[in-house]
Design a protein around this ligand. Structure first.
Ligand SMILES: *Cc1c(COP(=O)(O)O)cnc(C)c1O
Length: 460
């Protein structure tokens, strides 16, 4: 298939039709209608192609998910084979299907030892909704129904359903539609660059973790059921907590006997160079939220990994769990996930992130620290962030927060690079299959777009 000859006129027609009928997620509908959407028509490796034939290096793996890169025929074949064999059957009425069974067993093997059960969903949001219900059910079954409170962090991202958006700490999302739902509360995020101006990262990490103990005491320890966090916050701006943070959080969860949930939707399946973010930080969570990288985005699929501690209660103390989705354990999505995990293992892509391409990306990414706009560079594995600041050498944010980031992001799109802006934090999360030459291209384009942004702002 060759779309390179698609005319500008065709693009315009797509855009007109799109703006007439299609409401996009996380979008100002009216603003987009004025501008017209970018029409992505195909992709190969780490490159996207739009309807004008432009080639764009996808520095974000779609939305943190296309870890094995675009165009992998094995996944297309797995889907086609499964569709011919059994396109769908539900898992509700004492039924199951081979790909769902196989995938559940593979996940039990890949995840840390305390995980031997999975509940399938279609997305990360649904997985987090499922966790809210499971946490409350767990404490109910143990005769402690008052332990219904889940504690999360400000600026966390846990999805966009009512439960997911409530667990998340995005103020703009809470501002629309009466969120959060009851008994979900938030504490400070471990964002040293913004909140730790007066202390070392290590001291700040302990202080940020102490907020959890303070909140538990404030609410009453008999009210708190669980704490949830992304090992590294993704959508919040690739916020990497100081090393002192997670061990202290784990200690506090144990001290109060509350469940620990790591939302692995971004970190899971290798992005940090370990299979799961909880392994990177040496944590022993009771739940994992999984989605995105589980299928490398080739099919919608999410899930909840349930630890033995919780599974014993949910299974052993029994009764029906009144929860599930039509597509839970969808055979096509599960077959594609199996093919994706086989590629991650056969091509040793997680090891590649840990030992080769991750270190290379991090070394080259850190070279951007000398740029006049950049106040901090951070990253782990295939995650990177740049903090744009008004005055180099200080942590002075721009007065109009987000404007510089938006400018930089727009320059990137025009110059063939997807780099995302969260406020004035520029972030990347490239596919694991990116080559060193493609990393070089990513860095060169990022630097060029930082230059263009600095010129716009009269800096440098
Ligand atoms: C994307 C994301 C989710 C939500 O996943 P969806 O599949 O979009 O519902 C949840 N948690 C984290 C950490 C995410 O990045």
């Amino acid at each position: 298939m060759n779309n390179d000859t698609t005319t500008a006129r065709a693009t315009h027609d797509w855009q007109a039709l799109d703006s007439r009928h299609h409401l996009h997620p996380f979008t100002d509908f009216q603003a987009l209608a004025g501008e017209g959407a970018r029409i992505i028509t195909r992709a190969e490796g780490v490159y996207l192609y739009d309807s004008d034939g432009r080639r764009i290096l996808d520095g974000m793996s779609g939305l943190w998910c296309v870890n094995i890169g675009y165009g992998r025929a094995e996944l297309a074949e797995a889907a086609a084979r499964q569709m011919r064999e059994l396109p769908y059957y539900n898992s509700f009425f004492k039924s199951t299907n081979p790909p769902a069974v196989e995938l559940a067993a593979v996940l039990a093997g890949l995840t840390p030892p305390q995980f031997n059960h999975v509940f399938f969903t279609n997305s990360g949001s649904e997985a987090n909704d499922t966790i809210v219900r499971m946490v409350r059910r767990y404490w109910d079954l143990l005769g402690e129904p008052r332990r219904s409170v889940l504690i999360s962090r400000h600026n966390a991202y846990h999805g966009s359903t009512l439960g997911g958006a409530s667990l998340g700490g995005m103020a703009a999302m809470h501002g629309q539609g009466g969120l959060p739902i009851p008994d979900i509360v938030h504490i400070e995020q471990p964002y040293w660059f913004e909140n730790g101006i007066d202390v070392t990262p290590e001291d700040y990490g302990r202080r940020a973790a102490q907020r959890l103990a303070e909140k538990i005491e404030e609410l009453g320890p008999e009210r708190v059921g669980a704490f949830i966090g992304e090992p590294i916050q993704g959508a919040g701006g690739v916020i990497i907590p100081p090393d002192s943070y997670w061990p202290e959080i784990q200690r506090i969860c144990r001290e109060y006997g509350i469940l620990l949930i790591t939302d692995e939707v971004v970190c899971g399946f290798g992005r940090t160079g370990r299979w799961f973010g909880c392994e990177y930080y040496g944590l022993e969570p009771d739940f994992l939220t999984i989605a995105k990288g589980l299928t490398s985005g080739y099919q919608p699929l999410g899930g909840v990994m349930v630890s033995d501690r919780v599974a014993e209660v949910l299974i052993g103390r029994g009764g029906e769990f009144h929860h599930g989705f039509t597509w839970s354990g969808h055979p096509v999505a599960c077959a594609v996930a199996l093919a994706n995990l086989r590629i991650l293992q056969a091509e040793r892509l997680v090891e590649r992130v840990r030992d080769e391409i991750g270190p290379y990306l991090q070394r080259r990414w850190r070279e951007l620290a000398d740029h006049p706009l950049v106040g901090e560079v951070r990253g782990i594995g295939m995650l990177g962030a740049l903090e744009l600041v008004a005055h180099k050498g200080s942590r002075t944010f721009f007065r109009d927060r987000g404007a510089a980031g938006t400018r930089c992001r727009d320059h990137c799109f025009r110059n063939g690079l997807v780099m995302r802006a969260v406020r004035d934090t520029m972030i990347v999360a490239p596919p694991f299959v990116i080559t060193t030459a493609e990393v070089d291209e990513l860095i060169a384009r990022a630097r060029h777009c930082l230059d263009l942004t600095a010129t716009d702002l009269g800096i440098g």
